[in-house]
Design a protein around this ligand. Structure first.
Ligand code: UD1
Length: 424
């Protein structure tokens, strides 16, 4: 089992480069199934979610290799439409392959996907969207059988702008002759990036970034070399770390536009943020000001930054309030922050944080990806030593977080630990 040992109290200074976004790369990897030949993705993050997606693609017959940080996927030998059950449970994004496989083979068999336990995370909206395109879906022994023999272009209204359902429907519709229109689509930057990737490969999709996406399907997609957008959540996480630990950090390859809501709240807390092309710089204030945050679909404040900001609120002088509107179970990191001395009350979807007192190092455990990042942020600011177990959750979305933070001046090392270490 992995852990980070963190000695808090060192300020962060220097610069950090942000790789391609996990949530852009994963659906694009699924989309590569639609392309006959080679797809090259530049600057791919070396994280476990990408590794698991590669393994799933390999099982389906896609040949993948890494050349430096370029991920090469060759779909010439793809033959399978049945998702490997065990691997699919490792990450929620495996569900994106449903739309892509239907598009390519007219059928697919999948299991309910895995991922972090941050809420119920059903896939009813995905299935509803596919049914609207004529897919017949049956479930047996935990497997979902999708028959796309009557798949046709059509019009879909999503009851909620789900990111994954929007991407799945786009992928299913791209090979269908005729026009598919998705109403109440998610507007996240990663959806715009999927559209851009598919259009670079020869598709004709418009409207991503707005609530209506139009897919003129049936075009042949060709091999492509593509650079996905930079990871706004990784950038936001390191900005929060600098705001918590003190100091000044420059983010290179920063997706400033996609970070608007995060910048707004960090500025409201007293941070100075200077923006320039592809770069931003944050200087931490002497004291942080409390803030109100409410998560929403894009362009609202991202749920994936909620945990990190909640950790930061523990250090602000006064009472902050954080409302989680997207996932119903995203405060599971709070008991660990309390172990470090944080004063947080959680009632349903709302957390009230009485901040202002210095946190103390403790033995704590990451329980999901962003909650894990929040705990590391708290540990960086705390007095004394913390042991953060559960690094496998953090590794799902952050590439060698300990190396990135060490380069900024933090005192953090990765350790292998035994059960006895963990129990103190
Ligand atoms: C994606 C992101 C995740 C981010 C989330 C919201 C990826 C790989 N993951 O997840 O990091 O936190 O968007 O920005 O891109 N829902 C249903 N039924 C469905 C689908 C979703 O009820 O069929 C609910 C979910 O339980 C959740 C809400 O809708 O409460 C939002 O989920 P969704 O937008 O689909 O998020 P994901 O695509 O899973």
């Amino acid at each position: 089992m992995g852990a980070f040992r963190v000695h808090g109290g060192r300020s962060l200074n220097g610069s950090i480069y942000i790789p391609s976004a996990k949530n852009a790369v994963l659906p694009i990897m699924a989309a590569s199934v639609l392309i006959e030949g080679e797809v090259r993705l530049l600057d791919t993050p070396q994280i476990s979610d990408v590794k698991h997606m590669r393994q799933i693609l390999e099982k389906l017959g896609v040949r993948t290799r890494l050349i430096g940080r370029t991920l090469v996927m060759d779909t010439a030998g793809i033959s399978g439409w049945e998702m490997p059950e065990k691997l699919s449970k490792c990450l929620r994004s495996s569900i994106f392959l449903l739309g892509a496989l239907l598009s390519r083979f007219g059928r697919a068999t999948v299991t309910y996907p895995g991922g972090c336990e941050i809420g119920l995370r059903p896939i009813d909206l995905h299935l509803h969207g596919l049914r609207a395109l004529g897919v017949k879906i049956t479930e047996e022994n935990g497997l979902i059988y999708c028959d796309g023999s009557k798949l046709r272009a059509g019009e879909i209204l999503l009851d909620y702008p789900s990111v994954g359902a929007t991407e799945n429907v786009m992928l299913a519709a791209v090979s269908l002759h005729g026009t598919t229109v998705v109403h109440n689509a998610a507007r996240e930057p990663e959806i715009v990036d999927l559209q851009r990737f598919l259009n670079h490969s020869g598709a004709a999709i418009s409207g991503a970034g707005s609530e209506t996406i139009t897919i003129c399907g049936g075009k042949t997609l060709h091999p492509v070399v593509y650079r996905p957008i930079a990871d706004r959540i990784v950038a936001g996480t390191y900005l929060c770390a600098a705001a918590a630990a003190g100091g000044g950090v420059t983010i290179d390859n920063s997706p400033n536009h996609d970070l608007s809501a995060v910048f707004m709240k960090l500025r409201a807390m007293g941070c100075t943020i200077e923006e320039s092309l592809g770069r931003c710089r944050l200087a931490a204030p002497e004291r942080l000001t409390p803030v109100e945050i409410s998560t929403c679909p894009y362009p609202g404040f991202p749920t994936d930054m909620q945990s990190q900001m909640t950790a930061l609120c523990c250090l602000a002088d006064g009472v902050s309030r954080v409302t989680e509107n997207v996932f119903e179970n995203r405060f599971s990191f709070v008991p660990d922050l309390r172990r470090m001395g944080a004063d947080i009350y959680v009632g349903g979807r709302i957390a009230v944080i009485r901040g202002g007192k210095r946190l103390s190092g403790a033995s704590v455990q990451a329980r999901d990806l962003r909650g894990g990042a929040a705990i590391v942020i708290a540990a960086l600011s705390a007095r004394g030593e913390s042991l953060v177990t559960g690094t496998e959750f953090i590794d799902r979305g952050y590439e060698s977080m300990e190396k990135a933070l060490t380069a900024l001046g933090a005192e953090i090392v990765r350790e292998k630990i035994t059960r006895e270490d963990e129990n103190g």
